[in-house]
Design a protein around this ligand. Structure first.
Ligand SMILES: CCCCCCCCCCCCCC(=O)SCCNC(=O)CCNC(=O)[C@H](O)C(C)(C)COP(=O)(O)OP(=O)(O)OC[C@H]1O[C@@H](n2cnc3c(N)ncnc32)[C@H](O)[C@@H]1OP(=O)(O)O
Length: 158
């Protein structure tokens, strides 16, 4: 079901402009995917509809694209979970001061991912240990989990 984002702020839109050039999710990158992830009830959600040029086999989505959007959903989720943990607001009143980058990303491709539908990505916090944040993710098409992912994101030092 499509998420109503009317009263929500995308995590990636809370990055300051100078750190928002990521190809996958940066609002300042005119050529990028502009993935937007939202915190909803202690999990993160993003929707993304790939263009047909990202085809693997006819009718299904190229796995590299799926890994790419899981990567950005994972780092955004990691930053958001740290903010929640530290009572930093995600309501847009401030740019978030937390920066996380991918140290490790694992993706399991479980079923072909149908082209032409809005994909749903979800993230759940597994753990935070110091600067290390582990997030478990799923990517679904029409309610079928097509890929699962796990990311280790590292919080950058100030
Ligand atoms: C790039 C700057 C952008 C900033 C803005 C971001 C906005 C968002 C942009 C969106 C981005 C979208 C997504 C993208 O595309 S992000 C782009 C792709 N990612 C990168 O380019 C990251 C490249 N790597 C690094 O810069 C450094 O290696 C980092 C920063 C990750 C850590 O180097 P640092 O010197 O800071 O820390 P450390 O080496 O003491 O490690 C710390 C702890 O982590 C553990 N560890 C490390 N690696 C691994 C591993 N592979 N498996 C398991 N564990 C690992 C390590 O053992 C240690 O544990 P412990 O000993 O403490 O227990």
């Amino acid at each position: 079901m499509k998420l109503n984002t009317k009263n929500l702020k995308a995590i990636q839109d809370l990055y300051p402009d100078e750190l928002a050039h990521c190809y996958g999710c940066g609002k300042m990158n005119p050529n990028g995917f502009h993935l937007k992830s939202y915190m909803v009830d202690n999990e993160t959600i993003a929707h993304f509809t790939p263009e047909p040029k990202y085809t693997a086999l006819p009718g299904s989505v190229y796995g590299g694209l799926l890994a790419s959007i899981l990567d950005c959903h994972g780092t955004g989720s990691a930053a958001a979970f740290v903010c929640e943990n530290e009572n930093i607001p995600l309501d847009g009143s401030i740019n978030i001061p937390i920066r996380c980058v991918t140290a490790s990303l694992k993706v399991d491709f479980k079923a072909p991912t149908q082209m032409g539908v809005a994909l749903e990505l979800k993230g759940k916090l597994r753990s935070i240990e110091g600067r290390k944040i582990w997030v478990d993710m799923t990517l679904s098409a029409n309610g079928t989990i097509c890929a699962s992912g796990e990311i280790l994101a590292i919080r950058l030092k100030d």
